[in-house]
Ligand binder design. Sequence first.
Ligand SMILES: *Cc1c(COP(=O)(O)O)cnc(C)c1O
Length: 225
Amino acid sequence: MDIRENFDNIKREISEACGKVDRSPEDIKVIAVTKYVTDARVEQAIEVGVDAFAENRPQNYLERKQKYSDKEWHLIGSLQTRKVRDVINHVDYFHALDRESLAKEIEKRAEDRVNCFVQVNVSGEESKHGLTSHETIEFIKGLGKYSKINVIGLMTMAPFVEDEDVLRNCFKKLRQLRDEVKELNLDYAPCEYLSMGMSNDYKIAIEEGATHVRIGTSLVGNELK
Ligand SMILES: *Cc1c(COP(=O)(O)O)cnc(C)c1O
């Protein structure tokens, strides 16, 4: 596992994808998902210049956020309401706001506004978390009463398929939804960003407007396999 080589490859692919659609690579944030790897790999990633990281379990998130506190940390993956209290005041970015009860709990426990992505289950797969596309707009409209919630964008996980058209469609839909939310001009929901694209599909996601790509396996590998 050569993380420098991986990161160079990813940066090159990002440049190419951006070139195709006339975007700037500077507008894409690469988030290294470190849930499958040990600290040594986190440290190698830091060494080669990765500056944003993500974990999906609150306990692991807290440990790493504390250990590598000068980096930007993203909490991805669904969050149980009872875990909010432990973790929320250490979260730089939260990618899985998917229900009102969670917004309510964040309101109760957070000391400052939390930068959130609302998670949308665009593909409608039952196994996935997130709101349906239909629910998303009403959900966000209802968040105005929570002063601690700042909706900076939308997040989705594409279905685990090879079919490029299916992936592209999924990302397109999230972008359209993002544009709809943006047009509402809500001060608590600027909704500028799109967190979409993982190891297998980030190039397509970028062509379709991703601003944040969450890359685990292709960047830092998977030591659990
Ligand atoms: C694990 C995970 C990723 C990274 O997956 P890879 O396929 O290893 O790149 C991205 N997003 C979420 C929400 C994840 O849970």
